[in-house]
Each structure stands twice: as structure tokens, then as C-alpha cells.
Ligand binder design. Sequence first.
Ligand SMILES: Cc1cc2nc3c(=O)[nH]c(=O)nc-3n(C[C@H](O)[C@H](O)[C@H](O)COP(=O)(O)O)c2cc1C
Length: 224
Amino acid sequence: MKQHDASPLSDYVEYPAEEMLARSEAFYSDIKRRHSIRKFSDRPVPQTIIENCIKAAGTAPNGANHQPWHFVAIHSAEVKKQVREQAELHERGFYSGRAGEEWLDALKPLGTDDQKPYLEHAPWLIAIFSQKKGGLNAGEKHTNYYVHESVGIATGFLITALHNAGLVTLTHTPKPMSFLSKICERPDDERPYMLLIAGYPAEDATVPKHAQQKKTLDEICTFL
Ligand SMILES: Cc1cc2nc3c(=O)[nH]c(=O)nc-3n(C[C@H](O)[C@H](O)[C@H](O)COP(=O)(O)O)c2cc1C
């Protein structure tokens, strides 16, 4: 491959202005139905759906196209049990003071605590790892760029893909998360980035009022 080799853009689709407006409205209506859910059903979700959503995440823009991420999709009841045990162990310390008063106060309206039954109930846990070293080809150990930003965008794609498929998710960040590296058998130069819980909501799943308050366009955007 030549250094700047490129092919014509062949998969761009232009929509008529009216359709563009309708699509932007429809997407907003759909994505605003996404909520972080903390009570999951144990109904199974086929692996192919998870694979497709991870493939979608893998198309995210990223620094120098090194794609500095790895996804571990956990279905095994035994592994989920280990994740729950370790997460609850760390979260007990967090909620009993390590987090500090200000953080714990900020979490109160969400009603979260150190109990994480969804880590066993949900059909899938997806552990997302970031890679400081890598490259386009497997086994390379070049420096990766904008790792945090890249993995954040890929995680956003993944959450959106799972929502689009009709599943609910929770972004969970037990502190510290290093236990995930061991359980998922990931190398030392990878960092656990986030744990995503995915599945169907439990019948009595709820959405905290606090989380439903989204800032207005005026508050989050300036047009110049
Ligand atoms: C980086 C990050 C970490 C989060 N960690 C947790 C967590 O450990 N436990 C939890 O219950 N929710 C966690 N959340 C979910 C947030 O509480 C939630 O996104 C927020 O309250 C807004 O609610 P919504 O996602 O329903 O819009 C996390 C979200 C993000 C983006």
C-alpha cells in the first residue's frame, strides 16, 4: 500500500433536506429513550447481536486508526459471579467513605449502593479495555494516540448500537477496576476503561428522576 493511498468515497448517502430534518428528529426521539438501567432481566440475548454492536463500536474514529481498544464480552455465569464479587468488594469501600462526602452526596439522587446484583442477572457484561501501545496490525507495540478520547467514542458507539438493537445498558465503573484485567486475562499494558452491562430491563426497572433532567440546548450549546 502506498503511503497516501486512498479510494473514492463510495458509501456516502445524501438525503434530501426534508428527509435529513426528519432523520435528525427521529434519531433524537429515539436516543432520548436511552436510560441507564440498574435492574436487569435474565432473559438471554443472542451473541450475534452483541457481536454486531461491538463491530459497530469498532468503526469509531480514533487516533491514527490504531483502534486502541479491546472488548471482552462476558456471558459465562462463573465469570459474571467473579466480577460481581470483586466489584461489590471494592464498592463497599467506596460507599463506606473512600469516595468522600461530596461524591457520595452527588450519587444519592441516583439511589446507587454497593449491591450490584445486575452483574449476575444481566445476560452480558462487556468489559472495555484501552491500549496505550498497539498499532493497526495485531502484535504491534507502537504508541497509541488520544487513547482516552478514542475509547470513549467507541464506547458511545457501543451504547448507541445496543440501544438501537432494543437492549438497555448501564455504564459501570467500579473503583478501582484493575480486578477486571485479571478476570478477563488481559495483558498489563491494557487498562480497564469501563464495564457495560447489557440486556433486557427487569419488569420493575426504574429511571431515577435526577437522571431524567437533561440540560436544554441553550445550556449546552452556543452558536456563533
Ligand atoms: C463514565 C461513567 C461512569 C458511570 N459509572 C456508574 C456506576 O459506576 N454506577 C452506576 O450506577 N452508574 C454509573 N454511570 C451512569 C450515570 O449515573 C448516568 O449515566 C447518569 O446518571 C445519567 O443517566 P442516564 O444514563 O440514564 O441518562 C456512569 C456513567 C458514566 C458516563
